[in-house]
Write a protein that binds this ligand. Sequence first.
Ligand code: 13P
Length: 251
Amino acid sequence: MRRPVIVGNWKMFKLISEAVQLVLDLKPQVVNSYHAEIVVAPPFTALKTVNDRLEGSNIKTAGQNLCDQLGQGAFTGEISGAMLKDLGCSYVIVGHSERRQYYQETDEVVNKKTRAALNAGLTPIVCVGERLAERENDQMEIVVGRQVRDGLSGLTPEELSLILIAYEPVLAIGTGRTATPEIAAKMHKFIRGLIAENWGNQLSENIRILYGGSVKPDNISVLMAESDIDGALVGGASLDATNFAQIVNYK
Ligand code: 13P
């Protein structure tokens, strides 16, 4: 049985005071929600304060990005996995489509960041997903296949068992256009098949694959009803405590 994971990716939103207000509003609304892992990914600047406010609660935190280098060193402006861990994070988002698109992150970088996250004891949430033009040209399996194979290349079965994958078709991000549950489920099944081919059936059965892209309180239940969808990576709707709590409490 795969335990669902609901992650709120706050992207570049929320000053510290706003972040605190959001988690203070969220906490009581999910206090009894143990059916799912609940994760929020504030901006780096708010992580420490948010983690302090969440201590002892059932809400965990994620970084939105990390440096691809192991250990420490002269990498001005970068944040290491160990630093995220030190702030109290348990997860980190890796290879989000916005990082691939605006900051030229390649599958090779995604691979290095995934390893850096594992090395620091963080759970990487590795994002994959085709762009609109790639879907229109029916390239989604080629693109996502490459992202999964190259992004996760060389991971041992033990390492693979520790990661989460998030499938986010770019056409659905921030547009209000969710992929239909059937389209999402088909891609999740495809990804699970790739994991089976490369790492075996047992790992493919156990790995959790989240869906992201315009997830809202009114579409989460139909998405979660698909057997291959194990959770959600929520952007816009996670910026409002009530909306995000409704998504967490989709049952
Ligand atoms: P939206 O939920 O705003 O479409 O964003 C999805 C996303 O990119 C989450 O990482």
